[in-house]
Design a binder for this molecule. Structure first.
Ligand SMILES: CC/C=C\C=C\CC(=O)SCCNC(=O)CCNC(=O)[C@H](O)C(C)(C)COP(=O)(O)OP(=O)(O)OC[C@H]1O[C@@H](n2cnc3c(N)ncnc32)[C@H](O)[C@@H]1OP(=O)(O)O
Length: 719
């Protein structure tokens, strides 16, 4: 709803009231419409101030209403009525003005923002365009190039940037409402026509056509198949080339095609999933709302390789004092230089001073005596990590939390090396750790709820999307990646090329195919893991066939490349060829194609054409199948957790919702049928055998994804 009050004699104050973000629900739209009508018709009212309750202007349209039939007044007529009114309306923006919230503010004649406010049109991130006039008014206010940037990226801007761009008229560190009321009084009676954005001409680059063509090209490349960013460019083109009313018509048509699209549904599911994972739970019954996080006043990072440096930077940027530890002076100096330059570069990007005073570099573990939490980020080696944990356990305060940054190692084994195993959790960061949004918080059987709550809370402070997961090899993300990667190399044995597999995956929407990713991260990473698992190297039983391990199909191709020193970009060759070691541009490598042919003939393998469909089905459905097993095992609390991990950490295209959402969208019976088909064709690949949870879900009539947890619960209760 909206509250109407009269203040300072002649000012009508309309306050949006719909916690937690004052979203524009039907009741709020009705309240605004009624209040604006009342203010305009009251002769004693000279001007109107519009604000949001509880220091938040407005978080936009109520996304929860999108799935229901529309009721109440429309957003567009409500907004148009404000702009057309004969009394000045001033938006007093605190907190956020996002999406429909900013569109509402753009219809006001003046905008005053608190310096901490954030503004933006993030509709594109929900698979939509700003269709309450946002695509038509913003270009008329700040020009086509700046508006196009904000609308196609959906990025939020600070109040100061909004002032520079011309979105707001004033920024204040005072009481925004008081200033807005003073301001409203001062502009009362002044002509309103120049303040109505719908009547303005947008400022366009002189070479508008080539500018828009270039923008469309860039947006298509970045969009990876998403349709909303393309529609954003089309709508802004309409603003630049058509009168306002025709632009509004185009905006409406474009929105109509997006609103009910599968992509919009997927992206809105991602939005809510990201919030769902914050309400974490553990099989023990510990949950986000019954477990209290401890405050972290000071932290430490042990091991300043690539991961440790990124983690230290994240902590400092979040304002947390850090002790950064390396084992030797020389390594410490190199790391110190690297961390300092990242901090300086990042601060410069944000127009701030680097918080260099917050970090203390040391080679002395005794410096950890005062810290509340340690993140160990040494080399991925169990014996080494155990040694570090033993030392930490004797040096740190008894109640200090000990976290390991590991991508697959057993958190429980590390916990066992300490005096307080309940204070040990995994914090699986993704490289580069100060950039990537995902954090897997891994609890072992002995991790206490308070340790999990503290790590989750810390993740939030670092600006991460944190997902609590159980302890198993590879946790959620990497465990699901294993069958996916295995299928990709099996497909090479059967006749595909890395180029074909990558192209299929990139057309699906991944930023990079599996082989290009492997070249980027280094083939030796997986080689080491496979050695650890006894799949290659000295751990393999003598006489075991090259293509069978532990009774199932194995592909030695990645190991063979590693043995030849083809480790990917760093050695200038891997699955592709690069112009030099460290080169970034992947080229097809005739050597590799010959090598694959020789390999197939050596092993008596008949190459056959592999279709794009087969690549996608085998790679993606094997990954999804593992996701079902993870749910069954209770490693992830729900499909939203898995999907959030994949969207934020593994490049899964958000417009496809995540792997589990995708399975639901394709249809669970189809996924099951395809897995059965491939499993029969390849009985030596157990990962293709459909999981029992998938079968159960299909038997239960393939319920919608938000009901899967109930089916998982019945599985667990029967165990
Ligand atoms: C013809 C026109 C038809 C449609 C027009 C659509 C235009 C639009 O306006 S689309 C919506 C655009 N707005 C957004 O995309 C903003 C989304 N929200 C956010 O980015 C954030 O929530 C935030 C506003 C920046 C606040 O962040 P934070 O303080 O971290 O809180 P959260 O945990 O994210 O959110 C708290 C709580 O509020 C719910 N929520 C947030 N925004 C909306 C919304 N627009 N509609 C409905 N609900 C919203 C969110 O889900 C959380 O709910 P929980 O139940 O607590 O999980």
């Amino acid at each position: 709803m909206a509250r109407y009050t009269r203040i300072a004699g002649s000012i009508a104050l309309i306050t949006l009231k719909n916690p937690p973000v004052n979203a524009l629900s039907a009741a709020v739209r009705q309240g605004i419409t009624d209040s604006v009508g009342r203010a305009l018709s009251d002769p004693e009212v000279e001007a109107v101030v519009l604000c949001g309750e509880d220091g938040k202007f407005c978080g936009g349209a109520d996304i929860k209403e999108f799935a229901r039939p529309m009721t109440g007044p429309g957003l567009v007529p409500m907004i148009d009525a404000i702009e057309a009114g004969e009394k000045p309306v001033v938006a007093a923006i605190e907190g956020v003005a996002l999406g429909g919230g900013l569109e509402l503010a753009l219809a006001c004649h003046y905008r005053i923002a608190h310096y901490k406010a954030r503004l933006g049109l993030p509709e594109v991130t929900l698979g939509l365009i700003p269709a309450a006039g946002g695509t038509q008014r913003l270009p008329r206010l700040i020009g086509v190039p700046a508006a196009l940037d904000l609308i196609t990226t959906g990025r939020h801007v600070s109040a100061h940037e909004a002032l520079k761009l011309g979105i707001v008229d004033r920024v204040t560190d005072r009481n925004t409402l008081e200033l807005a009321v003073e301001f409203a009084k001062s502009v009362s009676g002044q002509p309103l026509a120049p303040r109505r954005l719908s009547t303005r001409q947008p400022s366009c680059p002189t070479d508008l056509d080539s500018f828009l063509e270039g923008a469309m090209l860039r947006v298509r490349q970045r969009a990876r198949g998403a349709i909303a960013p393309v529609a954003c460019v089309q709508a802004v083109r309409a603003a630049a080339t058509l009168p306002f009313s025709q632009g509004m018509e185009q905006e409406k048509e474009l929105m109509a095609s997006l609103f009910t699209s599968a992509q919009a549904r997927a992206m809105q599911y991602c939005f809510f999933s990201q919030r769902t994972v914050g309400r974490w739970s553990m099989p023990s019954g510990a949950r986000w709302d019954n477990s209290k996080a401890q405050p972290i006043h000071k932290a430490a990072v042990i091991g300043l390789g690539t991961m440790g440096r990124g983690i230290a930077v994240s902590l400092v940027q979040a304002g947390i004092p850090v002790v950064a530890v390396e084992m030797e002076t020389k390594q410490l100096e190199v790391a110190k230089h690297a961390v300092t330059s990242i901090l300086e570069r990042e601060a410069q990007k944000r127009g701030k001073e680097p918080k260099l005073g917050l970090i203390h570099f040391s080679i002395d573990l005794q410096d950890l005596r005062e810290v509340d939490l340690v993140i160990e980020a040494v080399f991925e080696d169990m014996a080494l990590k155990k040694q570090v944990f033993r030392e930490l356990s004797s040096v740190c305060r008894p109640n200090a939390f000990l976290c390991t940054n590991t991508s697959s190692l057993d958190v429980n084994q590390l916990a066992a090396a300490t005096r307080m195993p309940e204070l040990v959790v995994g914090m699986h960061f993704f490289a580069p750790a100060h950039v990537m949004k995902l954090l897997e918080v891994v609890y072992g059987p002995r991790s206490s709820p308070v340790a999990v709550a503290t790590a989750m809370q810390l993740g939030k402070r670092l600006g991460k999307v944190s997902v609590a997961v159980g302890n198993c090899h590879g946790f959620v993300g990497n465990r699901m990646l294993m069958p996916y990667m295995e299928q990709s190399v099996f497909l090479l044995e059967e006749g595909a090329t890395p180029e074909q597999v990558d192209q299929a995956l990139e057309e699906f929407g991944f930023p990079m195919g599996v082989f290009r990713v492997s070249d980027l991260s280094g083939l030796d990473v997986g080689w080491k893991v496979r050695k650890g698992l006894g799949l290659t190297g000295p751990g393999v039983a003598p006489g075991e066939s090259a293509r069978i391990r532990q009774g199932r199909r194995y592909c030695p191709l990645p190991d063979l490349l590693c043995k030849q020193g083809r480790l990917g970009q760093k050695t200038g060759k891997g699955w592709y060829l690069y112009d030099k070691p460290g080169g970034r541009v992947a080229k097809s490598d005739p050597w590799l194609h010959n090598f694959l042919e020789e390999y197939r003939s050596q092993h008596g393998l008949q190459a056959h054409p592999v279709s794009q469909q087969e690549v996608l089905e085998r790679c993606l459905y094997s990954l999804i199948n593992e996701g079902f097993r993870i749910l069954e095992d209770g490693i992830a609390a729900g499909p939203e957790d898995i999907d959030t991990i994949y969207v934020f950490g593994y490049g899964w295209p958000p417009h496809r919702g995540g792997p589990m959402f995708h399975a639901g969208a394709v249809g669970l019976p189809t996924v099951l049928e395809k897995l059965e088909h491939y499993s029969q064709a390849h009985p030596d690949i157990p990962q293709l055998q459909p999981s029992s949870l998938l079968r159960r879900l299909v038997t239960a009539g393939s319920p919608p994804i938000h009901k899967w947890r109930e089916v998982v619960k019945t599985v667990h209760s029967q165990l």
